[in-house]
Design a protein around this ligand. Structure first.
Ligand code: AMP
Ligand code: ZN
Length: 131
């Protein structure tokens, strides 16, 4: 059984933020920023490619609830909402989950996109995706 399934079963302790029939939200054990939360489906699906759409929507519904709650209760100025899919993207626990990362003035979280606009032919990329 994976570590998140063990948390869902109550075999491993966690700091629960929210729970309903289909989803659970817990504090990430390693707080990238204060309030860093993981939202997971109670059923085990490996990643965004595997989870059925209705279950995915249940998770995202909970994600939105948590952002609204944390906006009210912590002094949150913004959020990054993040999912890592597969090892190459940094997924370490193979049970689908969404990271909610509250953002604060002067927090030291860096999520940066390098601008490669001039290096790639967007038309070709579009065609490759749509073929
Ligand atoms: P990812 O790298 O996207 O798979 O994220 C996995 C996250 O789970 C990491 O941010 C870990 O800090 C977090 N994590 C690992 N073990 C636990 C645990 N027992 N309780 C809460 N969060 C955990
Ligand atoms: Zn699992």
């Amino acid at each position: 059984m994976c570590i998140f399934c063990k948390i869902i079963q109550g075999e491993i302790p966690s700091y629960k933020i929210y729970e309903d029939e289909n989803t659970l939200a817990i504090l990430d054990i390693s707080q990238a920023t204060i309030g860093h939360t993981l939202v997971l489906p109670k059923k085990h699906y490996e990643n965004i490619l595997e989870i059925p759409t209705n279950e995915y929507l249940n998770v995202m519904n909970t994600v939105q609830k948590i952002t609204k709650k944390e906006k009210e209760t912590l002094l949150v100025q913004g959020f990054n909402i993040l999912n890592n899919c597969n090892e190459i993207a940094g997924q370490t626990i193979m049970h689908f989950h969404i990271h909610i990362l509250p953002r604060y003035e002067n927090d030291d979280l860096k999520i940066q996109f390098k601008n490669h606009e001039k290096d790639y032919d967007l038309k070709k990329i579009q065609e490759a995706i749509l073929k």
